[in-house]
Design a protein around this ligand. Structure first.
Ligand code: GCO
Ligand code: MG
Length: 405
């Protein structure tokens, strides 16, 4: 008889090219499941929350009771929501889904209702220090088979545009032992963007889907102006135009432009997007498995969004571990209102520490057929890369005012 009681749960913090927080949950019958709890720049807060407050509550619980465990950790804490809490709950939730699917010996998507599609459409990141560099980067990604590409380029006269690497390194924003300070100008950006999109469309035509991320830097009226100025370039989406703490800010953007809107990579609960979705102010919800309470809560968000014709576009940056990517691909495959999945490939070293069943080909990904979510952690290798403090940058306007990064 299988004994699914939890006997141990380990928090593993490792830095193979960048920091990751992983929870490994073990059951009495010798199975284990793993979940991702990485919160970029604040990793150790999640590790402590898990180790000191969550793990003691897990020992002896029935690992098969996923929903009940979710409710226990969410309602039971009294203090609800917040990125640290929700990343911790997610780590547990994904580990339990992994365990349940392994015990049933099926790939996770089978427990989520089975496949709604054959594969998952993904988008890549192209960027450049100049328009020419960007064009080269887009061409390279088209060659790799991507049909959807996010474009970010340096803005003339602006010291640090979002999404462009410093020097020749691969883009990885959390690179400072203390937060690096970047400088930003919205007027210069708004002036430049239509020119940029004009060049990209002239060069590549309208077949490739183009996306762009404003990274929370605009006011609602600036965002509305940007959306309007880019309409003729028919973008797949404009992302994070304005900070979304005030969901009503999106009402104004929506009144002025038909450019599709995506938001939500920093959301951690359905309550962060309840009005955005119900008022149909957005087209894509970007919440991620790791930051929005795991598969259990992300399914709830997606089901709610489906009622209003809003599709998903899960965050998939490198600061979400391969465990998150694996879980996201099972989720993407199984929901009716899937839109697109972000794909920012991990470093080779990260992939070595997290061997996985998922794969990319021709602009799409599949999670693979391994039981569970199909992602593992090589603990011995992980132990060779201890945590290294790393911060995301902060952003200031040209007069020194602190702005959203
Ligand atoms: C995106 C993002 C990210 C974030 C990063 C912060 O992929 O759309 O905006 O790259 O900046 O995840 O930790
Ligand atoms: Mg983003």
């Amino acid at each position: 008889m299988a004994d699914a009681r939890i006997v141990e749960a380990k928090v593993i913090v490792t830095c193979p090219a960048r920091n990751f927080v992983t929870l490994k949950v073990m059951t009495a019958d010798g199975l284990y499941g793993i979940g991702d709890g990485t919160l970029n720049g604040r990793e150790l807060a999640v590790a402590a929350y898990l180790r000191d407050h969550v793990v003691p509550c897990l020992i002896g619980r029935d690992s098969e009771r996923i929903e009940d465990t979710w409710q226990y950790l969410y309602r039971g804490a009294y203090w609800r929501r917040g990125p640290v809490t929700m990343a911790s709950i997610s780590a547990v939730d994904v580990a339990l889904w992994d365990l349940k699917a392994k015990r049933a010996q099926v790939p996770l998507y089978q427990l989520l209702g089975g496949r709604c599609r054959e594969s998952v459409r993904v988008y890549a990141h192209a960027n450049g220090h100049s328009v020419e560099d960007l064009i080269e980067s887009v061409a390279k990604h088209i060659e790799l088979g991507y049909k959807a590409i996010r474009v970010q380029a340096a803005v003339p006269g602006v010291a640090d545009a979002y999404g462009v690497p410093h020097g020749t390194k691969t883009y990885e924003p959390a690179d400072g032992d203390l937060p690096r300070e970047e400088t930003w100008s919205t007027p210069k950006y708004l002036h430049f963007m239509p020119k940029l999109m004009d060049v990209v469309r002239a060069k590549f035509g309208f077949e490739v889907a183009l996306l762009h991320d404003s990274h929370h830097r605009l006011t609602p009226i600036e965002a509305a102006a940007l959306g309007k100025s880019l309409e003729e370039y028919q973008l797949f989406w404009l992302e994070d135009l304005t900070p979304a703490e005030n969901q009503d800010g999106f009402r104004m953007i929506r009144q002025h432009t038909t450019t599709p809107l995506a938001v939500g990579e920093v959301f951690n609960s359905v309550f962060d997007c309840q009005r955005l979705i119900a008022e149909q102010w957005i087209d894509y919800i970007r919440a991620a498995v790791t930051h929005a309470g795991g598969i259990t809560h992300l399914r709830r968000i997606a089901s709610f969004a489906d009622l209003y014709g809003v599709r998903t576009g899960c965050h998939g940056a490198t600061d979400l571990s391969p465990v998150c990517m694996g879980a996201a691909l099972h989720f993407d495959l199984s929901i009716p209102n899937f839109g697109i999945q972000e794909h920012m490939p991990h470093a080779a070293l990260t992939n070595e520490v997290f061997p996985h069943a998922y794969s990319y080909s021709g602009g799409t990904m599949v999670p693979g057929e391994a039981p569970g979510h199909g992602v593992d952690i090589d603990e011995a290798l992980a132990a060779k890369f201890p945590y290294k403090r790393a911060y995301l940058p902060v952003c200031r306007l040209e007069d020194g005012t602190l702005h959203s990064w």
